[in-house]
Design a protein around this ligand. Structure first.
Ligand code: S3P
Length: 453
């Protein structure tokens, strides 16, 4: 199979300005297809993210017999829900590409459908740990075979065996790590389990699954156990009533522009209609602690999720020790935050972020390698990073096929002395189709170069 190799070349200097809208939220887009498909009735999604990851989820549900129209140019998708028990066995394994969210949530959702199914992914996804989702679902009674060749992590492909006899049992599960994917996996399996399923999370993580389930009429019991921990419980055997969903812009995509505008003198940019769910706003909190100039306006609630316009103006940043309670709330933003830290005065320290080692790449290593190539004094630690603010030179860095690493280094060019070349950027399309066009229209001088391998 030939694969497109995309290299970004970002020229130094410039600033970001204007009013833009970044694409739809990836986490909400995935969940809107999943829960819309299992609902009774027809529902419309607007602002659906047309990235490869959320499209992989959409295609998976089409392959399981759900009628889904769109997305059209505006990201409108119409789903005729098949109800909780209406999915059909697909003809082939579900190919989930690069998408960890699809694989981890579907492991729970598809573990007791009464048919066998295989979940497969690309080479990056096939090396990411899946035992964290198969373990609890197997404890609930599911039969899942993973690739155990490394003896530890239970990687994809995942073969789920289920027939008419399969019956899951509710579980009281304490999450070993702060992960919304694992939490959601167990809750979605819990919809099909006998009795009550509870998940206790060690720290707040994105709660889109809980919000959407409640929005679709499913009863959840959510208790805060202390400052950090919450317990979420539901009874299996209920049903979902479709509601329409307006997907806000993805704060994780907005993050690159927030960092770019903060570091580049003369910047003043407004990002419209961005999701500001408090379980996602670590990027705003952390940048503000670093001295960023960020203001929110037009705050409102859309379909159970808070949104706002976010204005960011250039400001001199300072290094900080990032509070550990912000880590799960900014878990996808550390590549971008590392660029901010490299432009800050003084030292920035990140701890308690070992999860970064098992994202689309080992993000601690990927950022350290790239920052060092660009002349920044920094080091990786077991669970984080230490970055001393400095100046970017120029050079060629490798994104390792990780969308967020690629877009972060593109923004670094705003403050670099020379051009930055970034290798292996095709996966930017998993979360941010149109990144180059939007970044260029805002003032980043970046181009992509395509080759076929
Ligand atoms: C996601 C949860 C996070 C995040 C990922 C999307 C989700 O993963 O990194 O990009 O939609 O639930 P973890 O649950 O592994 O932290």
């Amino acid at each position: 199979m030939s694969e497109q190799l995309i290299t970004y070349i970002a020229q130094p200097g410039g600033h970001l300005s204007g009013k833009i809208r970044v694409p739809g939220d990836k986490s909400i887009s995935h969940r809107s297809i999943m829960l819309g498909s299992l609902s009774e009735g027809t529902m419309t999604i607007s602002g659906f993210l047309q990235g490869e990851d959320s499209l992989a989820t959409l295609k998976a549900f089409r392959a399981m017999g759900v009628q889904i129209q769109g997305p059209d140019d505006q990201g409108k998708v119409i789903i005729n829900g098949v109800g909780m028990h209406g999915l059909k066995k697909p003809d082939a394994p579900l190919d989930l590409g690069n998408s960890g969210t699809s694989m981890r949530l579907l492991t729970g959702l598809l573990s007791a459908q009464g048919f066998d199914i295989t979940l497969a992914g690309d080479s990056s996804l096939s090396s990411r740990p899946m035992k964290r989702v198969t373990d609890p679902v197997i404890q609930m009674g599911a039969d899942i075979e993973s690739n155990d060749s490394d003896g530890k992590q239970g990687t994809a492909p995942l073969n789920i065996h289920s027939d008419a006899e399969t019956q899951l049992k509710g579980i009281d599960y304490i999450l070993p790590m702060a992960s919304a994917q694992v939490k959601s996996c167990v809750l979605l399996a819990g919809l099909y389990a006998q009795g009550k399923t509870c998940v206790t999370e060690p720290a707040p993580t994105r709660d889109h699954t809980e919000r959407m389930l409640q929005g679709f009429g499913y009863n959840l019991d959510i208790k805060k156990l202390d400052q950090q921990r919450s317990k979420i419980c539901l009874q299996g055997g209920g049903k979902l009533i479709a509601g329409n969903i307006d997907v806000p812009s993805d704060i994780s995509s907005a993050a690159f522009f927030m960092v770019g505008a903060s570091i580049a003198e003369g910047s003043d940019i407004t990002l419209n209609h961005v999701g500001i769910n408090p379980t996602r706003t670590g990027i705003i909190n952390i940048l503000k602690l670093m001295g960023a100039d960020i203001t929110l306006s037009n705050e409102k609630e859309v379909g159970g999720e808070p949104v706002a316009d976010i204005r960011i103006r250039h400001a001199q940043l300072k290094g900080i020790h990032i509070p550990e309670d912000q880590v799960p709330l900014a878990i996808d933003e550390f590549p971008a935050i590392s660029i901010a830290a490299a432009c800050a005065q003084g030292q920035t320290i990140l701890t308690g972020a070992e999860e970064l080692r098992v994202k689309e790449s080992d993000r601690i290593q990927a950022m350290i390698d790239g920052l060092q190539i660009l002349g920044i004094d920094c080091e990786g630690t077991k669970d984080g990073l230490i970055i001393n603010g400095g100046e970017f030179g120029s050079g060629t860095v490798d994104s390792l096929g990780d969308h967020r690493i690629a877009m972060s280094f593109a923004m670094a060019a705003l403050k670099a002395k020379g051009a930055i070349t970034i290798k292996d950027c095709a996966n930017v399309n998993t979360s941010f189709p149109g990144f180059i066009t939007l970044a260029r229209s805002s003032g980043l001088q970046v181009n992509d170069k395509k080759a076929v391998s």
